[in-house]
Design a protein around this ligand. Structure first.
Ligand code: CTP
Length: 404
């Protein structure tokens, strides 16, 4: 089998320079990439750069090499088309089926998955015209990645940044792996908590845990690639923001509860992958706690934190909301897991065995997915991403049909 064929469409936004890095990531990981820039985009990055980095011609117009019928062939033979950056103009053209250059022709002839990574000023992104175009493209099965929030061209800050090229690459890789299957979480809002909460004792110390957040981030990345709108509530993680996810940063269990409840109000799915501290210090010392010569340290009194998973499961914000919990167990893994599933009242509980050397911070995981209804699913030792996909498969079959 030859290398997977990727078309990288580049439309006319300043973020075009970031797509050079995306191109590099795609070629270096064994993809045959054909760059199709729009004429406007050549004001930002020239044809020579695309041709040299891809090792393929980078034409803009349908009138070059006409005997090869490029306006049809490039789209027909692609395994993936990714447009990054996708301007408001490009989204409008794609939504309306215009075909006035090589890229728009390619979009009409492609029968493979299509990913758009929009980048523009916040006002243009939020304009009803753009939002309706995005909705149209999504309805037709394209994956439109939500822009990131941050510094835009000039001095403004807001939603509209092109996500990190490495994260766009991650989306492309996952979409390619799924093949022609249409994204099955399109139109769904999923909320994922990740990481571990920290409960402060004083301004410099906290009670925490060893969760890295990698499993929650793998869930967020795979959900984006399956078309979901993702809110990632991240507690004390040091991982790059997944492309397309709305990341809300929190510190303590109480803050995490607030953020998850707010986002869950209109969510189809809530996945509690965060390691939430069950207890917090009863008192917070406003100044650093000092040791005193000849005195034993004062004991630390603890109080219970709210159980977010149990609360969300008992009081679903929406009919049919699917709630998923995690359980990290050191002994009697399955028996404890089954008891916890009942106690928490969630639909699915992902149980894994943990210890000093198992799971925390690692790239791999092994788990059993227990269900309140239906058989248990054993997920063999493998990448956290594979477990994430298995969890979404179980969630997807439990989602109620979308309202029209
Ligand atoms: N969880 C939560 N709120 C808490 C504690 C845990 O929402 N205060 C969620 C976690 O995100 C996870 C699940 O509950 O999805 C399991 O957490 P775990 O700490 O293993 O369960 P506990 O109920 O604390 O049981 P035990 O400590 O007895 O193992």
């Amino acid at each position: 089998m030859g290398k997977p064929k990727v078309v990288l469409g580049v439309s006319g936004g300043i973020a075009a320079y970031k797509s050079c890095e995306l191109l590099r990531l795609l070629t270096e990981s064994g993809h045959d990439v054909r760059v199709v820039p729009t004429a406007a985009s050549l004001n930002f990055v020239g044809e020579a750069t695309w041709a040299a980095l891809s090792g393929n011609p980078a034409s803009t117009e349908v009138w070059e090499t006409v005997h090869e019928v490029p306006h049809v062939r490039i789209g027909q033979s692609a395994d993936l088309v990714v447009v990054a950056p996708a301007t408001a103009d490009m989204l409008a053209k794609a939504a309306h089926g215009l075909a006035d250059d090589l890229l728009t022709n390619t979009l009409l002839t492609a029968r493979c998955p299509v990913v758009f990574a929009p980048a523009m000023h916040t006002e243009m992104w939020e304009h009803p015209a753009t939002q309706e175009n995005v909705a149209t493209l999504r309805r037709r099965g394209a994956l439109v990645i939500e822009p990131a929030v941050g510094r835009l061209t000039g001095k403004d800050t807001g939603k509209g940044r092109l996500p990190d090229p490495a994260e766009i690459y991650e989306v492309c890789r996952r979409v390619l792996a799924r093949g022609v299957d249409e994204p099955d979480l399109v139109g769904r809002h999923v909320v994922i908590s990740a990481g571990g909460t920290r409960e402060p004792l004083d301004p410099v110390r906290f009670l925490g845990n060893r969760s890295s957040g990698k499993q929650g981030y793998a869930l967020a990345r795979t959900a984006v690639a399956r078309g979901a709108r993702v809110t990632l509530v991240a507690a004390n993680t040091a991982l790059a923001d997944p492309a397309g996810a709305d990341v809300v940063r929190v510190g303590t269990a109480v803050q995490l509860r607030e953020a998850v409840l707010e986002a869950a109000a209109d969510a189809d799915v809530v996945v509690m992958a965060a390691a939430v501290a069950d207890f917090r210090p009863a008192e917070y010392a406003g100044g650093k706690i000092k040791k005193k010569d000849g005195q034993d340290p004062a004991p630390v009194a603890l109080v219970r934190n709210p159980d977010v998973l149990a609360e969300i499961s008992a009081d679903r914000a929406r009919d049919g909301q699917v709630v998923v919990g995690f359980a990290a167990e050191t002994d009697d893994v399955l028996a404890n897991g089954r008891a916890k599933l009942l106690r928490k009242g969630c639909d699915l509980l992902v149980v894994n065995e943990v210890g000093e050397t198992r799971t925390f911070g690692s790239e791999e995981n092994e788990a059993v997915i227990l269900a309140s209804e239906g058989p248990e699913i054993q997920v063999p030792y493998g990448p956290k991403e594979a477990l994430a996909e298995a969890i979404w498969d179980q969630v997807a079959v439990r989602l109620q049909p979308r309202r029209a």
